[in-house]
Design a protein. Sequence first.
Length: 294
Amino acid sequence: MSRPGRTRGLDPLGKYARLRLIQRLDPEREHTLIYRISAGLEFPWDYTRALELALFRTFCVPSISELLRQTGEFGCRAQKRYDDTSILMEEMGRHGYDSQRGKQALRMVNRMHGRYDISNDDMLYVLSTFIYEPIRWIDAYGWRPLSDHERTAAYWHYHQIGLRMGIRGIPGYEEFDRFNRDYEAEHFRYAESNREVGHDNLAMVCAWFPKPLHGLVRRGFIAGLEPAMRTAFGFPEPRRWETRAVTAALRLHGMAERLLPARQVSRLGRGRKLSYPGYPNGYRLGDLGALPDR
């Protein structure tokens, strides 16, 4: 019997064994399994960082940041809001969006969004960031490039989640990629709400580290953002050596990952959540205080 959290039927000795398995699967019909392997076993650190950045990108759109400012969630409890989102997405990735836990997570997501008047285009854009930001991040910094099967599976995973969220008119893979880029080109611009939400979330990231490192973390995080994002937040421009140092550090991480043995325990749903000390052991989705399960 395999241990909990392990994936059966995979050669633990081969670094590329799971990639060979993925390439034998149907990326549309078996997208849940492929996504689970890719996000939980092959690239868990990269997926976590990229999805953090995906959320940060959405704050560059004034219509989104203004709504978040009005809710006060990030101003009052940014860490909890981040943890809630992370847990709900991980539940659907780990268990499948049509599992009992996946359906419960989807109900909670829909309940949260149903409280507000959010345009379908904004919902489409947020969904697109969850697909394409990890793809672009891993292409730039991962220990290997994503395969076409993994890209396609990620698209279908979030496509199906989007349908269950009531998002209309989700385009095909290539068209959705263009939509994502065009939307950013049109809507990324400075707004006071961007600045407030951006600074609240940057403060949250800095709080993950010892206080003496906060200044370094802040500068490094800003240096890692694209110029259009820094402009939209009103962040200062970093020195050239700072952006080069961040890029070099991320690429070095990918090189180090390439030398490590294949991971045997999935990280999906196993990360530390500061707002929920008991997670994931003895944890119930109904414990999310902002989204009571009733």
